[in-house]
Design a protein. Structure first.
Length: 184
């Protein structure tokens, strides 16, 4: 059974979430217009140019303050157009606002569990690197040290699996925010 399309403004839905901006969901976001250059320079952000010529800025975004965008009216084009999988499900009426907010709360709880043991690893780029290091070290770890590493790894896997299930889109390259909508 599919619900009728939701009419709650996405501003209300996204306010206070910030997972697409705070480095939890993505490591970088794509620059798409010349307007983006002004924000990039004003924020002192590093421009990343890949071999294919696409340009990005790193997450977390310095314009995110208290889970709200401090440049909302003039935000980056990718931010204006980006819709995570959860938001798309909500907009399409597949899930209710309450269900979506509950899923955001679960993601934030999983992130908080990581932050409690390793604050830097709440950010996806660091978490990914730490995960590879732990996986590489596991064969050499024993006893309590191995147990702690496995518990940390389990927290990483739990969060990223949850994000993959509810927030990341199938076509997303891991760690990269891009919009499929042409920006203004």
């Amino acid at each position: 059974m599919t619900m009728a399309k939701n009419r709650v403004p996405t501003d209300d839905f996204c306010a206070g979430c910030g997972l697409c901006c705070d480095g939890t969901l993505h490591t970088k976001a794509r620059l798409q217009t010349q307007k983006d250059d002004r924000l990039l320079e004003a924020g002192g952000l590093e421009r990343i140019t890949e071999n294919n010529g696409k340009q990005y800025f790193r997450q977390p975004c310095p314009y995110l303050r208290d889970n709200l965008c401090s440049t909302y009216e003039t935000r980056f084009s990718v931010c204006r157009a980006y819709r995570c999988a959860l938001l798309q499900s909500f907009e399409n009426g597949a899930i209710s606002s309450d269900d979506a907010q509950a899923r955001i709360a679960v993601a934030k709880t999983l992130k908080a569990k990581i932050f409690a043991v390793s604050p830097k690893d709440a950010i996806y780029a660091s978490r990914y690197k730490s995960r590879l290091e732990i996986e590489g070290a596991l064969p050499t770890l024993f006893g309590e040290e191995r147990q702690k590493a496995l518990e940390k790894l389990l927290k990483f896997v739990a969060l990223d699996t949850y994000l993959d299930t509810w927030f990341r889109k199938d076509g997303d390259q891991v760690g990269q925010a891009e919009s499929s909508v042409t920006p203004d």
